[in-house]
Write a protein that binds this ligand. Structure first.
Ligand code: ADP
Ligand code: ZN
Ligand code: ZN
Length: 742
């Protein structure tokens, strides 16, 4: 037996796995993730490494292979757990061991960036003024300059003082000694807890919330730590429930990871946790550099943090006594990584929790098909909140058939009903959100007169319109001509939907000249800060109407919003993706959930060309289970996840010729290896964007009931690709149960 060992995992140069033989005294004792001493290099220096796998054979001459010395004493560290997690991820999602390790472990950068320092005034303005007078009197001009600057601005970067005020560190330190100011490192400065004084009282839980928490606590006391799905309607107070559970877990000296989609990582959200838990929390987000992320992880290793909040990568926080992982908005597609390994944070959280003997709480108002299916199968425990926390009613929802509007001569983007309701809101000073469902925007064609959508006869997904005038199915490659008139009703009004948020803003300004209109989409926000600014402006009542894409659906609580308008609800329905029904349902219900969170009741208007589509009907009724049943029938019939498993293989290359050959031979090889198992192979087909930056792309799909069988296929294909020179210039990536993809 041989062991694969990876060495020095905290450095960027991490790039190889070494083979070592296993001495007889260690046989049967070694496990994946374990830390071992091995001889390394010319001088056989003794260094530490981690075991990432085993093999019966070796490519090298047995004589040349060195032997593992021994297990590092007390090596059951969190590092080992993360290495084992990486091994699992590599197996589960494909890619190399190095890619998996780099995803899981914080990599130290070679040169450390110097930390930026800030100087902050500690004394009151009056006291500062007195000091300034004193310095001027004593003719201490440098000190006076510093004092004056700090009276102007409470907190200034040290670099600025040095450059603009020509101040030295000694001057700053002399005022520091007098207690006039403090010097903050960037890390401390960033920590918003410092700014916050005092904590708030806990809310009294509702009966439903209490029951939910009780179930968790009872299990916790018995040491039973399952995966829970907290399915609670919008505004039911899921966060309050998480916090209650978290408090219990950290009381026992354990740590907690809270995953939230990057988009809902707002100041408002974070403050709720600060108010409750103070500075024992830490946040990571995508704006942190590698070095900063590393520093955060160091804080964790030093035991300074109990709760880590962040998007999917927070899952790899090196807590050594993990008690709970919360995955808020678990249905969000941002939990799926778009880089190799293309892991799903929900599944990975479940696996990490199992290793650490921790609980998992998945939360959503619109659970993913996967999570709800697992509840039905008895794998997850269902916890339910059926009512809103402050007993507000759910929004009243109206569905408007836009085909009727066209027939009645209304060609505007706004239906008569929505226009009228918006006018009423403006009159009584309440707020409206207009949500343009643009997520699915991809080239499908639909009929404005009857709602007909051109679909693939084999796959039950909509066909995409390519610029060459052809309609193509991205699952099977089926191709047909673009119809000139609607195949169903003969109307000429068959086209794609082209309006963007900007056009809508212009229209709204024309229709309601006195209204204050805010718009939020990727064009206007300029990154996360801008995004937050627009949301707070709206929350503070600086706007009457907020127009936006799916970005506005999450994040803030707007108590004064009593109307939500959903424009083109069907746009996401006909993307060529088997999840389009699910996504549409989720988006609509989440959007409806924005209305009526305050004291006044809310209303929502759904504008659609397909009012009879089950996703829209159930969304209008806010009937999750009804939707689930119907969607599940479709998934079952078409053999899509969660009933069956789907593995996508993405191929890309500069040469289309080479790419096509590579895809062809890969499929041929796959046919030969999979015979016994009856794996279904679909494709190769070209994705919607068939070429990006002159790189051509193709997709192959593999379908089978069992995930494990697909893993076997993946492993064989990976081997084939590695030894076959034809794939040197072709990039191949695997994506299991894809959520957006290529
Ligand atoms: P969800 O995430 O389920 O949509 P939130 O956790 O954001 O809901 O809670 C919605 C609102 O209800 C928040 O403003 C929250 O402060 C409030 N809330 C939650 N629980 C209670 C409670 N027990 N009593 C009163 N208000 C509550
Ligand atoms: Zn038609
Ligand atoms: Zn098809």
């Amino acid at each position: 037996m041989y062991a694969k060992v990876i060495i020095d995992i905290t450095h960027e140069k991490l790039d190889r796995v070494f083979e070592y033989s296993i001495p007889t005294e260690l046989e049967g004792m070694l496990k994946i993730g374990m830390e071992v001493f091995v001889p390394f290099g010319m001088g056989n220096r003794r260094i530490k490494g981690y075991i990432v796998g085993f093999s019966k054979e070796s490519e090298y001459e047995p004589k040349k292979i060195k032997t593992i010395e021994k297990i590092v004493p007390k090596s059951v560290s969190v590092q080992s757990e993360l290495v084992a997690l990486a091994v699992w991820m590599k197996e589960q999602y494909g890619g190399t061991m190095i890619q998996a390790l780099k995803t899981v472990l914080p990599i130290k950068r070679q040169e450390k960036k110097k930390e930026k320092r800030y100087v902050r005034r500690l004394v009151s303005k009056e006291e500062g003024q007195r000091k300034l007078d004193e310095f001027l009197q004593k003719n201490q001009r440098a000190r006076a300059r510093l004092m004056a600057a700090l009276l102007d601005q409470d907190c200034i970067a040290y670099d600025v003082l040095k450059k603009e005020q020509k101040l030295t560190l000694e001057v700053v330190q002399s005022l520091q000694k007098q207690g006039i100011l403090e010097i903050l490192s960037e890390r401390v400065y960033r920590n918003p807890v410092k700014e916050y004084q005092g904590r708030e009282e806990k809310l009294v839980l509702t009966e439903e919330q209490k029951e939910t928490v009780e179930t968790f606590l009872a299990n916790e006391r018995l040491g039973i730590r399952p995966v829970y799905l907290l399915y609670g309607v919008t505004g039911s107070g899921k966060t309050e429930v998480y916090m209650e559970m978290i408090e219990e877990v950290i009381k026992k000296g354990k740590q907690v990871i809270v995953l939230i989609p990057e988009i809902s990582l707002t100041y408002q959200m974070v403050m709720r946790f600060y108010k409750r838990f103070g500075d024992r929390i830490s946040i990571i987000n995508s704006r942190l550099s590698k070095g900063e992320r590393f520093d955060q992880m160091e804080r964790v290793k030093n035991g300074e943090v109990d709760i880590m909040i962040g998007p999917r990568s927070a899952l790899f926080t090196p807590f050594d006594n993990l008690g709970l992982i919360v995955v808020d908005e678990e249905h969000e597609s941002s939990y799926k990584s778009e880089q190799v390994p293309r892991y799903h944070a929900r599944e990975t959280a479940v696996f990490r929790a199992k290793m650490a003997n921790a609980s998992v709480v998945l939360g959503s108002a619109t659970p993913s098909m996967e999570a709800f299916y697992r509840c039905r199968m008895g794998e997850y425990v269902l916890l339910q909140l059926k009512e809103r926390a402050a007993k507000q009613r759910m929004a009243e929802v109206y569905t408007v058939d836009m085909r009727e509007e066209l027939r009645a001569g209304n060609r505007s983007i706004l239906s008569g009903l929505l226009y009228e309701k918006m006018r009423q809101r403006l009159e009584c000073g309440e707020q409206t959100m207009l949500f343009l469902n643009r997520r699915g925007y991809s080239g499908f064609l639909s009929c404005r007169s009857c709602g007909y959508v051109v679909k693939c006869p084999h796959c039950d997904v909509s066909l995409s319109y390519h610029n060459n005038g052809k309609m193509v199915c991205h699952y099977c490659g089926y191709t047909t001509e673009r119809p000139k008139v609607c195949p169903s009703c003969g109307s000429k009004h068959i086209s794609g939907f082209r309006a963007g948020t900007q056009q809508i803003e212009e229209l709204i300004r024309r229709e309601f000249p006195s209204a204050r209109v805010l718009r939020m989409d990727t064009d206007t926000t300029g990154g996360k800060e801008g995004h937050e600014k627009i949301l707070s402006a709206f929350a503070n009542g600086q706007g009457d109407i907020l127009i936006g894409t799916q970005m506005i659906v999450k994040g803030h609580d707007f108590p004064n919003v009593t109307l939500v308008g959903i424009l083109a609800a069907d746009l996401s329905l006909y993307v060529d993706d088997f999840r389009s029904g699910e996504r549409t349902f989720q988006l609509l219900v989440q959007a409806e959930g924005r209305a009526g969170r305050g004291e006044r009741e809310g209303e929502a208007v759904i504008q659609t060309y397909s009012p009879d589509h089950y996703a829209i009907v159930h969304a209008a009724n806010q009937d999750y289970e009804g939707f689930y049943e119907e969607e599940m029938e479709y998934r079952m019939m078409a053999g899509y996840p969660p009933c069956e498993n789907l593995m996508a293989v993405y191929l890309s290359a500069e040469s289309e010729d080479l790419l096509e050959k590579a895809a062809f031979y890969l499929k041929e090889y796959a046919k030969r290896i999979k015979n016994r198992e009856n794996v279904q192979i679909i494709g190769p087909s070209a994705p919607y964007v068939g070429k990006v930056h002159d790189i051509f792309r193709r997709i192959l799909y593999f379908k089978h009931q069992e995930y494990g069988i697909l893993i076997e296929v993946k492993n064989k294909l990976e081997e084939y690709i590695e030894i076959n020179p034809g794939y040197q210039k072709v990039r191949v990536q695997f994506d299991f149960n894809p959520m957006g993809g290529f």
